[in-house]
Design a protein around this ligand. Structure first.
Ligand code: FAD
Length: 456
């Protein structure tokens, strides 16, 4: 039994929590970082990194299937799932080791165990009392299910799906959001038959509608089935598979069902409500400076309502560390955070969609351009179709960038600079992009928006 005192106590060592700890020690604060499982959290162990390793294996499978198209003689013989998993685990292990070393070398005190908030400045970890002048709640999220849909056996979340050591022949995926379409893409490339079920009218419903429609066409072309605008009704499991019935009477049979219907905040039973932290359906409510209603208690990452993305968690962690150190950091709105969906084709976006911009400013107060990647040399070499759509406030800055196509996740870096700097197309259109790159397509779209289209 002991008591330890710090300038800052961070509860949860995922993207949000460890970023806060790193920045706080840089600023001269003493930090106790409490983690019950593995430093790095969801993103490193069961989220961003392992899924992107799977997606890379999937891309290699597709390339090797199509090698003859590029004049390369090779024979695609299939997927060796244990080897795919070994690759995935190797990447995660090396990043985990690096992170552990970094945290140790920076003088952050790691406290292993499950923490519970017992007063505004105290977290109890087993018999140990951890006291902070400030506390950051960063306990992350968990895979949700639907009422009446029990997870277990052949009905699984992304955590169990990651660990499969075989390629299922037929997969159903409930939820056509980011996680659902990424797994759909992987399994299709690995050779499975895939059906996605989405209650809303489009796949990736949080994206620009024209982008969702292009993804639907691309998925159809790849042979990925989907049912849109229809709700799940029931599922039964039998020895060899699952039978899913939808509200419209459609019956889908599959070997497994992946439930990807969103993530809830991992806050139950952690004492937050008892201490008086304002919450809404498990999420911790904060002001725009990420302060809760309790002085000295902040929250970051997936437990704060809004986008659930690792880089948002990092940024919020850094923000709160700087706030506590008195640096008065700049607030970053969710609209100014880039989002990438790493399926094939990839989707990347930032800022206002056309519909949201029209709703906020009026349809006559915005303009848009859409540039087809078919006109871009590098896109043709990479072999995928797609487009870039820009939204502009009338005679003002670019307020939205939306893309679909091969590797557009790497292009959104430029899109986020443009939106965050509130760039005017006339100012940036003269800047050159190297030829041949897909970035040139962004340059073409800037030119078109500035009224000087070159190839469009
Ligand atoms: P977490 O990373 O969940 O970390 C919370 C930590 O707190 C965990 O380590 C947990 O063990 C610990 N903890 C919880 N309760 C306690 C307690 N009581 N005591 C001590 N420790 C506790 N985001 C992207 O930006 N890009 C992607 O490509 C991407 N892909 C994803 C793919 C999948 C399949 C999933 C599930 C998520 C993906 N995400 C992605 C989202 C990303 O993983 C999360 O947004 C991010 O991990 C949130 O960080 P966090 O710090 O809020 O929470």
């Amino acid at each position: 039994m002991s008591e330890q005192n710090f300038d800052l106590v961070v509860l949860g060592g995922g993207s949000g929590g460890y970023a806060a700890a790193l920045r706080a020690v840089q600023l001269g604060l003493t930090v106790g970082l409490i983690e019950k499982d593995k430093l790095g959290g969801t993103c490193l162990h069961v989220g961003c990194i392992p899924t992107k390793a799977l997606l890379h294996s999937a891309e290699v499978a597709d390339v090797s299937r199509e090698a003859a198209k590029y004049g390369v003689k090779t024979q695609f013989e299939g997927i060796d799932m244990p080897a795919v998993n070994a690759f995935r685990k190797g990447i995660v292990a090396s990043k985990y080791k690096g992170l552990q070393g970094l945290i140790k070398s920076r003088g952050i005190t790691m406290i292993e165990g499950e923490g519970r908030l017992v007063s505004p400045n105290t977290v109890q970890v087993g018999a140990d009392t951890i006291v902070g002048k400030n506390v950051i709640l960063a306990t992350g999220s968990y895979s949700r299910s639907l009422p009446g849909l029990a997870i277990g056996g052949r009905v699984m979340t992304s955590e169990q799906a990651l660990e499969l050591d075989f390629v299922p022949q037929k997969v159903a995926i409930l939820g056509g959001g980011v996680i659902g379409v990424e797994f759909a893409s992987v399994w299709k490339s690995f050779g499975a038959d895939v059906t996605v079920i989405e209650a809303l009218p489009h796949l990736v419903p949080n994206e620009e509608e024209s982008i969702s429609k292009q993804l639907e066409r691309a998925f159809r072309k790849r042979g990925i089935e989907y049912s849109l605008g229809v709700r799940f009704q029931s599922v039964t499991q039998h020895e060899n598979g699952v039978v899913i019935t939808l509200e419209n009477g459609t019956v889908i049979e599959a070997e497994i069902l992946l439930v990807a219907v969103g993530r809830g905040a991992a806050t139950a039973g952690l004492g937050f409500e008892e201490v008086g932290v304002a919450m809404d359906r498990g999420f911790v409510l904060t002001d725009e400076r990420l302060a809760t209603n309790i002085p000295g208690v902040f929250a970051v990452g997936d437990i704060v309502p809004g986008l659930q993305l690792a880089h948002r968690g990092f940024q919020q962690g850094i923000f709160v560390a700087e706030e506590i150190a008195g640096l008065n950091p700049i607030v970053v709105d969710d609209l100014n955070i880039p989002k990438v969906t790493y399926c094939d084709p990839e989707i990347a976006s930032i800022g206002y969609s056309e519909a949201k911009a029209a709703e906020k400013f009026g349809a006559d107060q915005i303009s848009t351009v859409e540039y087809n990647l078919g006109g871009n040399g590098k896109s043709s070499i990479l072999g995928t179709a797609g487009s870039i759509k820009l939204v502009r406030a009338k005679d003002g800055p670019i307020i939205g960038v939306h893309m679909i196509g091969a590797r557009v996740g790497e292009l959104i870096g430029e899109g986020q600079l443009v939106v965050n700097w509130e760039a005017y197309p006339e100012d940036i259109a003269p800047f050159l992009h190297a030829h041949p790159t897909q970035n040139e397509a962004l340059g073409e779209a800037f030119l078109a928006l500035a009224g000087k289209p070159l190839h469009a």
